[in-house]
Design a protein around this ligand. Structure first.
Ligand code: 13P
Length: 252
């Protein structure tokens, strides 16, 4: 059986006190949740990682960062390295989010470098891909996603590739309320798995966790997560409300 995972991407939200409240609420709500075969990850702003790691010591939640520097260390003002994240017991890191691609000009080559450096420091990369609306409307979405994952991941050897998680986040669905239908999500997830199978073979493709992200909420999560190739979600807005996030984590 494939690993199931729900990750909350808080993006640039919450004051220190609000972050602490949310972690407390999540902790209380998740403690009583029964399903133990779902990994629940929170990805707060980096300034709150230490606090989140303290909560994660209970084993109920794991912690991820939202980004990492592509460089090892040195004169890169404002950046946070994979080594630093590892030394803080951060286990996951989102890479290549469409907001980083759009507002920080991040390229597939950058994402490849970030993935390499995370794997080197034993952090699990959650690598994002997804088309914009024009690309879907012109029926180019499969080509776009194939190119993104090939250019950012297919340089990896099979052992390293097997440590990666892919998140399919159609850009037109992020923060818009226009969730992909379960059929659209399933179609793209199956395509991603097929593309991975062609490169790395059936065994690795079968085990790859592929998350869906984009206006996933407490109401639609179950229909998405019960699709055969959808292994969980990367959740934005709904991860900022403890009860919604916990409902999503239980939506398999
Ligand atoms: P929303 O769930 O707010 O649409 O955001 C999705 C996302 O970008 C998660 O990384």
């Amino acid at each position: 059986m494939r690993r199931k995972l729900v990750a909350g991407n808080w993006k640039m939200n919450k004051s220190f006190a609000e972050a602490e409240d949310l972690l407390n609420e999540l902790y209380d709500a998740l403690e009583s949740k029964t399903s133990s075969n779902v990994d629940v990850v929170v990805c707060p702003p980096s300034i709150y990682l230490e606090m989140a790691v303290d909560f994660s010591e209970t084993g109920i939640i794991s912690v991820g960062a939202q980004d990492v520097s592509k460089y090892e260390n040195g004169a890169y003002t404002g950046e946070i390295s994979a080594q630093m994240l590892n030394s803080m017991q951060v286990e996951y890191c989102i890479v290549g989010h469409s907001e980083r691609r759009k507002y920080h000009n991040e390229t597939d080559a950058d994402i490849a470098q970030k993935t390499n450096i995370l794997l080197k420091h034993e952090i699990t990369p959650i690598v994002c891909c997804g088309e914009v609306l024009d690309e879907r409307e012109s029926n180019n979405h499969f080509n776009v996603v194939k190119k993104q994952i090939s250019d950012s991941l297919f340089h990896l050897d099979p052992l390293d590739f097997a440590k990666v998680i892919i998140a399919y986040e159609p850009v037109w669905a992020i923060g818009t309320g226009h969730t992909a239908t379960p059929e659209q999500a399933q179609e793209m997830h199956a395509f991603i798995r097929q593309t991975v199978e062609e490169k790395y073979g059936k065994e690795i493709a079968k085990k790859l966790p592929i998350l869906y992200g984009g206006s996933c909420n407490a109401k639609n999560a179950h229909d998405l997560f019960t699709q055969p190739d959808v292994d969980g979600g990367l959740i934005g807005g709904a991860s900022l409300v403890a009860q919604d996030f916990v409902t999503i984590a239980n939506a398999f």
